[in-house]
Design a protein around this ligand. Structure first.
Ligand SMILES: [Zn+2]
Length: 249
């Protein structure tokens, strides 16, 4: 009879889970794993950040952030794929939002790890780190992806939504004089269109739709916009004008 296992996560058969006592569980290579091999793929139950409060903390600690406001919550019971630990000196990285791949060749007996800075941008799983690496940052936070050192070290191994944020920070720039003039002249007839163009420039999110750009705005402006208050558009236009440095071409 064929044994069917219903799993929400995948972990390479070239590794085994080991009990690490007070440090939880870890996955260790039982065979040589060549660089580039996918060692885990995460599934789980989709949730917004707000929705995470419905789940027990232990399950949330086995979750992964896959988009700005989307998480895959770990399965009810721990699966082998849930036991890929964080390390500040990892041997694996994100291939995409849900897959972890070997960043280098991994020898038998090595623990499979990735750096949570590669996948997490929300403060749902911050902790004191005891990975033991010489370069351990001691505390792992949701802002670690902003570190230029880590950005250089993990280039090509960030989750796509974080890579998008990193690129946006690089591309963001103040509006030029002619762009402010265009914004002001188009604002009366097409305020959303005008502000979309302006926000794409100042945030660096060049392909983002209006909804995403609005989500990057200060809460007081966003709330008014979502409530359909036209005064929010005036507030925003004023903010772009007053608080951003306007450079001359
Ligand atoms: Zn560490």
């Amino acid at each position: 009879m064929e044994l069917v296992l219903l799993m929400e996560n995948y972990r390479t058969p070239s590794a085994e889970m080991r009990d690490l006592g007070p440090k939880g569980h870890g996955s260790f290579a039982t065979q040589f794993i060549p660089r580039g091999t996918v060692i885990a793929t995460f599934g789980g139950t989709a949730s917004t950040q707000h929705g995470l409060r419905r789940y027990p903390a232990e399950r949330v600690s086995r979750s992964i952030q896959v988009e700005t406001d989307l998480f895959f919550v770990g399965p009810v019971k721990r699966e082998p794929g849930d036991s890929i630990n964080h390390s500040c000196e990892p041997n694996c990285g994100m291939r995409n939002a849900t897959q972890v791949a070997a960043m280098r060749d991994i020898q038998i007996g090595e623990e499979l790890t990735f750096d949570y800075a590669m996948s997490d941008m929300a403060a749902y799983d911050e902790f004191e780190c005891s990975c033991g690496a010489p370069l351990c940052r001691r505390r792992v936070t949701c802002l670690d992806w902003k570190s230029p050192t880590l950005q250089a070290k993990y280039e090509g191994f960030f989750s796509p939504y974080i890579e998008r944020e990193i690129n946006a920070v690089r591309l963001a720039r103040p509006l030029k004089k002619n762009e402010v003039e265009r914004l002001m002249s188009a604002y009366d007839t097409d305020p959303i269109g005008a502000l979309t163009s302006a926000l794409r420039v100042v945030t660096g999110h060049h392909r983002a739709p209006w909804e995403h750009l609005a989500s990057l705005l200060p809460m007081k402006v966003r709330k008014k916009l979502l409530d359909g208050e036209t005064s929010a558009l005036d507030l925003l236009a004023a903010e772009l004008n007053e608080t951003r440095t306007v450079s001359r071409d």
